[in-house]
Design a protein around this ligand. Structure first.
Ligand code: 1BN
Ligand code: ZN
Length: 307
């Protein structure tokens, strides 16, 4: 009896090991859970830097803090600086990339932006728009750094997502356009298996619509994960098409999905206004999206789309 039980236990362990080996986390996968509370603390720190438009001293300070936090996770952290040609002239911008090497060199990117929209008439804090994505990525870094991963993960904090004057293909998405160009010119784009983008996911009234410019299999994966985790009421099938940092990747042939909640405040009245503040964001929303992203990473690692 004792022998049989121990054999069962061994078999269970072997099965669990085999299962984990096919998912994002190899072992230690459950040792560190994603905490929306911690992500929200990150968000408070970011908002305390004040408005953080590209090129501002506050963005430099928030970048230094982001890098300091990322280094604590054991990630290799790189600053990807470039001169952006903007309607206001050439502006130095910097993406931050935290690399978590896995057993396989294939890369999955999880990304968001950390700049906030430049506004003249009011103090735009961008708690949700610019803050929440960076705050969530930092907490994701803590989770990924504490475990062994089957695939290699890059957390990318984009600069210059926002337009400096008016949103257009030439005045927006500076950081993501630059990174895709750089990876392509170095022949590194083929390493990227998928890109999951988060944007404005701190909204206390979370509703993420299926973003229609995204790669269908990847969006299907994220939405079926959300349903499986019991989050169907936050992930709505009515589609919306949005230009965001995933577009340069999609255009370059990389599978990419944008998890975005543009529906911020009644009739979007908090979006790009002085109402984009901490009190309109919640730890629960960060928890929901953090869990969905982590589980989506596990599904990507098992997907036939990843060769
Ligand atoms: C998201 C957050 N975006 C800007 N701030 C992208 C966007 C561009 C969304 C145009 C809607 C319209
Ligand atoms: Zn914005």
């Amino acid at each position: 009896m004792r022998n049989r039980r121990s054999r069962t236990q061994v078999l269970t362990l072997l099965a669990a090991g085999a299962w984990l080996a096919t998912t994002g986390g190899l072992w230690g996968a459950d040792s560190v859970a994603f905490s929306g509370g911690r992500a929200f603390e990150n968000l408070k720190r970011l908002v305390a830097f004040g408005p953080r438009p590209s090129g501002s001293p506050a963005l430099v300070q928030s970048r230094r803090w982001i890098i300091q936090e990322l280094r604590k996770t054991g990630a290799r952290v790189e600053e990807d600086s470039f001169a952006a040609a903007t309607p206001l002239g050439s502006l130095r911008m910097t993406n931050v990339i935290a690399k978590f090497p896995g057993l396989r060199p294939k890369v999955v990117i999880v990304a968001g932006h950390y700049d906030t929209k430049r506004e003249e008439g009011f103090r735009f804090l961008g708690a949700n728009d610019g803050g929440s994505s960076a705050a969530l990525l930092l907490e994701l870094g803590r989770v990924l750094g504490a475990r062994k991963n089957a695939l290699t993960y890059w957390l990318v904090f984009f600069d210059g997502e926002e337009a400096l004057q008016e949103w257009s293909p030439a005045d927006s998405l500076y950081g993501s356009r630059h990174l895709v160009q750089k990876l392509a010119s170095r022949g590194d784009l083929a390493r990227i298996q998928a890109m999951v983008l988060v944007d404005m996911i701190g909204d206390a009234n979370l509703d993420i619509h299926r973003e229609d410019n995204s790669t269908p299999w990847l969006m299907d994966t994220a939405f079926s994960v959300a349903r499986r985790l019991g989050y169907a009421k936050y992930f709505l099938d009515t589609p919306i098409a949005i230009d965001d940092d995933h577009i340069p990747f999609v255009n370059a042939g990389v599978a990419a999905a944008d998890l975005i909640d543009l529906d911020y405040g009644p009739n979007r009245s908090y979006w790009h206004t002085d109402k984009d503040t901490l009190d309109h964001c919640s730890p629960l929303s960060l928890t929901i999206v953090g869990r969905v992203v982590l589980e989506t990473l596990s599904e990507i690692a098992k997907s036939p789309h990843v060769k």
